[in-house]
Design a binder for this molecule. Structure first.
Ligand code: FMN
Length: 311
């Protein structure tokens, strides 16, 4: 299902608050091979919150589709997996071992699992044993404070993970650009038998080639580089840099239509953050953002988009 031998295997990273169903549909159109849900708390899933179930919905074009869960309690994780087992169209369950947010870390979830690899191993085994999905995977940072990517990689493989994604920073590195360490991913790749996906700071073809060359990873995952630039997947696969403004207008309008379908009237407010990034490199972006921040009517917003992105 996931072709790990493919030349340019590209994943869309989970980005809480951004990579919802409408956005994933848009990137799919531009050639993203694998999409992943936003992080879903295993607790929230087990307690059946309507918001969580909405976050799990996928588009029919999302094949393969991976759901990412977070948690540190094996019993709750098992219950969450059993719930996901009853949902068709999910091809894998990914364990979040990278989230740096203090609230998540305090609960022993996300990147906190990198401080306790035996706990991480038990959770991976719990998912693998109970899941009826094709893939069990892990997305991790290089470590919590210190870099232990090789140990993480070996633990994941020995616990039954089918593939691993590594974000090239530790938890302490946050998102600092100068902390990116692709060599640490390369070293993990050398000890692994399962496929490895490399992640961190890929924003164009040049940075894509760089991460591939250094890490020799089987695939690359792109997060922030796709926000405001969902065509990055097409650019990488086809070596095209410039996109005409009228094409951008078409994409932005289509993205907004999909948001309206998915969120109804709330879409106008939720879409603002995307408009901020779509308009980033254009003249008069500040005035445009100021206008869209105050609009509530989707029809008016569409008119603003049409005139701002007019050629
Ligand atoms: C706003 C935001 C939300 C994120 N949400 C998640 C998440 O839900 N699950 C996860 O594993 N990583 C999450 N991440 C981390 C990204 O998936 C990715 O690993 C990180 O941004 C580095 O890749 P990039 O430089 O391509 O963005 C998030 C990052 C950001 C900036």
């Amino acid at each position: 299902m996931i072709d790990f031998d493919k030349e340019d295997l590209l994943f869309l990273a989970p980005l809480a608050g951004y990579t919802d169903l409408p956005f994933r549909e848009v990137v799919k159109k531009f050639g993203a091979d694998v999409t992943v849900s936003e992080m879903i708390s295993s607790n929230a899933l087990v307690y059946n919150s309507a918001k969580t179930l909405k976050m799990l919905e996928k588009s029919s074009c999302e094949v393969p589709y991976i759901v990412q869960i977070a948690g540190n309690n094996e019993k709750i994780i098992k219950e969450a997996v059993l719930i996901l087992n009853d949902m068709p169209g999910i091809d894998g369950i990914d364990l979040n071992c990278g989230c740096p947010v203090p609230k998540v870390v305090r609960q022993g979830s996300g990147s906190a699992l990198l401080k306790d690899l035996s706990k991480m191993s038990k959770i991976i085994k719990t998912i693998k044993k109970n899941s009826n999905k094709r893939y069990t995977s892990v997305k991790a940072r290089l470590g919590f404070d210190s870099k232990i990517a090789k140990e993480i990689a070996i633990t994941c493989e020995n616990s039954g993970a089918d593939f691993l994604t590594l974000h090239a920073r530790t938890r302490s590195d946050g998102y600092k650009s100068d902390r990116i360490d692709y060599n640490e991913i390369k070293e993990a790749k050398e000890v692994l038998n399962i496929p490895l996906i490399a992640n961190g700071n890929v924003v164009n073809l040049k940075s894509y080639k760089n991460i591939k060359n250094i890490t020799k990873a089987d695939g690359v995952m792109i997060g922030r580089g796709a926000i405001g630039n969902p065509w990055i997947f097409y650019q990488i696969k086809n070596d095209i840099q410039i996109l005409k403004k009228e094409k951008i207008q078409e994409i932005v309008l289509e993205h907004f239509e999909r948001m309206l379908d998915f969120y109804g009237e709330k879409a106008t407010g939720i879409f603002r953050k995307h408009l901020h990034t779509y308009s980033k490199n254009f003249a008069d972006a500040t005035a445009f953002r100021d206008k869209v921040n105050r609009v509530e009517d989707p029809f008016v917003l569409k008119q603003y988009i049409k005139s701002f992105f007019a050629s």
